[in-house]
Design a protein around this ligand. Structure first.
Ligand code: ZN
Length: 244
């Protein structure tokens, strides 16, 4: 399977507060040319970048929604794309080939990750529910991807809202990126929607792991899957839902 990306230098806006989940979403500023994703992994259809958001938890060891061989990462970045032929995310979300979520697992290291710093810096401006701000420095999206882009897993997942059809294809890089514990901790300073005048911090926005069931998880590199008779693939733990 081949995955091709046209990642660009882009300007983003940060928005905190969603109807179903709590996370900070980074959407493109209007004048941006939209990055695209294509290749045999998506049957050579073209998918257009819509937004990116991040999942984390109160536990540095288990902030990702996906696990590989029962191993969780500290956080997980979702780059959400919609099929170009449907014109928009809202039209694409009910289509069988509507959405692709490119997923990057995040692990911790002692040094700050400079590439993600423009996103971290804007967080204090969106710490309250229903707030937004412009990300001051343009971001090179490609720098948020792992160095090794050759090995990735794919599977079809579903939306959590009706019609719950399997319209999301997840593409998950095996290789993680790294950020510092301090950078990760900044996401936990964001706040949920106030309830009775109180607004709690978002300590976690991950979902519980789902059984793989009969879902087929494919791996990009055959040699990788063969190393343990496919058990790398079998042990892949996926969250088959996504938060729209
Ligand atoms: Zn997500």
């Amino acid at each position: 399977m081949i995955l091709q990306l046209s990642f660009l230098l882009i300007g983003l806006s940060a928005n905190l507060g969603q109807e179903w989940t709590y996370d900070v979403r980074f959407t493109l500023n209007s004048r941006n040319q939209r990055p695209e994703l294509t290749g045999s992994v998506v049957d050579n259809k073209v998918y257009v970048f819509e937004e990116l958001h991040i999942h984390w938890s109160d536990n540095n060891l288990e902030g990702s929604e996906h696990s590989i061989n029962d191993y969780f990462s500290s956080a997980e970045i979702h780059f959400v794309h919609f099929n170009q032929r449907y014109d928009s995310l809202s039209k694409a979300r009910d289509q069988r080939d509507g959405l692709v979520v490119l997923t990057v697992l995040v692990q911790l290291s002692r040094v700050d990750n400079k590439a993600i710093e423009p996103l971290i810096r804007v967080l204090p401006q969106v710490s309250r529910y229903n707030s937004s701000a412009i990300v001051k420095n343009a971001l090179i999206l490609e720098k948020l991807l792992p160095i090794n882009k050759e090995i990735f897993f794919t599977y079809k997942g579903s939306l959590t809202t009706p019609p719950c059809s399997e319209t999301v294809k997840f593409i998950i890089y095996a290789d993680p990126i790294r950020i510092s514990p301090f950078q990760l901790s900044q996401f936990r300073r964001l706040h949920e929607r106030p309830l009775n005048g109180r607004s709690l911090k978002i300590f976690s926005n991950t979902r519980d792991i789902h059984r793989k069931n009969s879902r087929i998880v494919e791996v990009s590199d055959v040699r990788f899957g063969d190393t343990s008779s496919g058990s790398d693939v079998d042990d892949f733990g996926g969250n088959n839902d996504i938060d729209y």
